[in-house]
Design a protein around this ligand. Structure first.
Ligand SMILES: O=C(O)CCC(=O)C(=O)O
Length: 219
């Protein structure tokens, strides 16, 4: 067996920190289990329809707030009219720990109060085009957790969908936090490497990504 080479923590751009292997396999499996539950409802995981008629190749389920292009609501009027699942305290705690560890700043972690998670499942040829996360009313960082198949994550600039960008491989258990100067950077997932997931991750196939965010919305 090849020796495992530890991957170093890396500052990808101002405010964008990659922490490889941040989630323990046990915690990753617990997250997968929670996501399996949310995927069944009250608002089931689905391919989001875009206003111009396209359909996203990833499947998405939300917690806390329901995202539909390009706003957050509590009721999933575009899916089944159900109220979105509540955002659990343990997930907010996980987000705070992620920010504290990525920024090596306990105060930044303590000040982080995520109220929404977008959970994307990549299967087969699913990818995500370059976009900005800008439906939130705050500038708090986005916490991204990856489980399952390895992917190429593209972190771009705040001006255009095109170069300059940095490609980084996100593996199962990796944490990426993007805030500060990178909070509104275009980003996407141009490639997922199929069948690279370790069964220990809890996912037999595909890639799961959770992004935690602070909407700044009332109530
Ligand atoms: O899957 C990823 O790593 C990125 C997800 C993403 O960009 C998003 O949910 O806005």
């Amino acid at each position: 067996m090849d020796a495992l080479i530890p991957r170093p923590r890396a500052l990808l751009a101002p405010g964008a920190v990659h922490v490889p292997g941040w989630l323990s396999p046990q915690r990753g499996r617990a997250l997968v289990e929670a996501c399996r539950g949310w995927a069944t409802g009250p608002v089931p995981m689905r391919h989001t329809r875009l206003p111009r008629g396209g359909v996203m190749s990833v499947q998405t389920v939300c917690v806390g707030w329901h995202w539909q292009p390009y706003r957050y609501t509590r009721i999933a009027t575009d899916v089944n009219g159900a109220r979105v699942a509540p955002f659990p305290d343990w997930l907010a705690d996980l987000g705070r720990a992620a920010v504290a560890d990525a920024y090596e700043d306990e105060a930044a972690g303590a000040a982080y109060h995520p109220d929404v998670a977008l959970i994307n499942f990549y299967e087969g040829p699913a990818t995500m085009g370059m976009h900005q996360d800008k439906d939130e009313r705050t500038t708090d960082p986005v916490v991204s957790l990856s489980i399952g198949d390895r992917c190429v994550f593209r972190l771009g600039n705040t001006q255009t969908r095109t170069k300059p960008y940095t490609d980084v491989e996100l593996d199962s258990g990796d944490l990426l936090v993007f805030g500060g100067g990178s909070r509104f950077a275009y980003h996407g997932v141009p490639k997922v490497h199929p069948h690279t997931a370790d069964p220990e991750s809890g996912l037999a196939r595909g890639r799961l990504n959770l992004t935690l965010r602070v909407t700044g919305l009332p109530g």
